[in-house]
Ligand binder design. Structure first.
Ligand code: PGA
Length: 261
C-alpha cells in the first residue's frame, strides 16, 4: 500500500504570528519556484497556538499546498482548565494534525503514555490526525534497549484506539539524543525502530493498520540527510525542528523525492 510521506515542520516555541506569516509566504514562494508536487509528499507546519489563525489565513487565502496543526492539546473537552486548548478549538481552526507526546512535553511537563493516549483519542474524536511521538533517551540507547523501550511506549500511547483509526494516524520516532543536537540517527538506526513499531502494529492491530500507519523519523533532520533516511522502507516521513524554520531548507526536505525520481 502506498503511504504518502509526511514532512512536518515542528516550529516549537519560535516565531510570533507576524513572523509566522512571513515564513509561510517565503516557503510558498520557494515551493512554487521549484514546482512542489503534492502527490509525492505532504508538507505540514506544526506551529504555536498563537500562529494557527494567521497561518490558516495565508494557506487558505493563497491556496497553498500545505497543511498545518498544533504542538499539543488538552485531554479535556472544555471547562475550568486555565491555559489549556481543546481539540474542538483546533478542529474549528481546520488543523489537520496535532502533535502529542513530544519528548519536550514528556520531559518538561511530565507527560505519561496514559495522558498522551488520552490526548490522541481527543484529536481523533475531533476529526484530526494525531502525530504521536515516541523515542528513547541516550542511556537507554547506550544499553541497547531502544526497541523494547519504544515498543512499550507505543503500546501505551495506542491503547484502546480502534485498528481503523491506527491505520490513519502518524507515529513519530524521535530518539531524544538526536533532537536539536545535530547528532542524527543513522538511517539503519531509524529503520530498526520504525520497522519494529510497524511489526508491533501488525501484530496487535492487523495488516490494514500496519500498512496504513505512517511512521516518521525525527531528530536533526536536514536537507543533507533526509534522502538517506527516507530511503528506509519503514520511514514514511520526518518531523523536523530547527531546519523547518528556514524556508529554503524545509522546501528541500519536503522535496526529498527529487533526489530519487
Ligand atoms: P530537531 O527537532 O529537528 O531540531 O532535532 C526535531 C523535533 O523535536 O521534532
Amino acid at each position: 500500500m502506498a503511504r504518502t510521506p509526511l514532512l512536518a515542520g515542528n516550529w516549537k516555541m519560535n516565531l510570533n504570528h507576524i513572523e509566522a506569516t512571513g515564513l509561510v509566504e517565503q516557503l510558498a514562494w520557494t515551493l512554487k519556484d521549484v514546482k512542489y508536487e503534492r502527490e509525492f509528499s505532504e508538507a505540514a507546519l506544526i506551529v504555536p497556538f498563537t500562529n494557527i489563525r494567521s497561518v490558516q489565513t495565508v494557506i487558505e487565502g493563497d491556496r497553498l499546498p500545505l497543511r498545518y496543526g498544533a504542538q499539543d492539546v488538552s485531554a479535556h473537552d472544555a471547562g475550568a482548565f486555565t491555559g489549556e486548548i481543546s481539540a474542538g478549538m483546533l478542529a474549528k481552526l481546520k488543523c489537520s494534525y496535532v502533535v502529542v507526546g513530544h519528548s519536550e512535553r514528556r520531559e518538561y511537563h511530565d507527560e505519561s503514555n496514559e495522558l498522551i493516549n488520552a490526548k490522541a483519542k481527543k484529536v481523533i474524536e475531533a476529526g484530526m490526525t494525531p502525530i504521536i511521538c515516541v523515542g528513547e533517551v541516550l542511556e537507554i540507547r547506550k544499553a541497547g534497549d531502544q526497541v523494547s523501550h519504544v515498543l512499550a511506549q507505543t503500546k501505551g500511547v495506542l491503547a484502546g484506539i480502534p485498528s481503523e483509526q491506527v491505520a490513519k494516524l502518524v507515529i513519530a520516532y524521535e530518539p531524544v539524543w538526536a533532537i536539536g543536537t545535530g547528532e542524527v540517527a543513522t538511517p539503519a538506526d531509524a529503520q530498526e525502530v520504525c520497522g519494529a513499531i510497524r511489526s508491533y502494529v501488525r501484530e496487535v492491530f492487523g495488516d490494514e493498520a500496519a500498512d496504513g500507519v505512517r511512521i516518521q523519523y525525527g531528530g536533526s533532520v536536514t536537507a543533507a540527510n533526509v534522502v538517506d533516511i527516507m530511503a528506509q522502507p519503514d520511514v514514511d516521513g520526518a518531523l523536523v525542528g530547527g531546519a523547518s524554520l528556514k524556508a529554503e531548507e524545509f522546501a528541500k526536505i519536503v522535496m526529498f523525492y527529487r533526489a530519487v525520481r
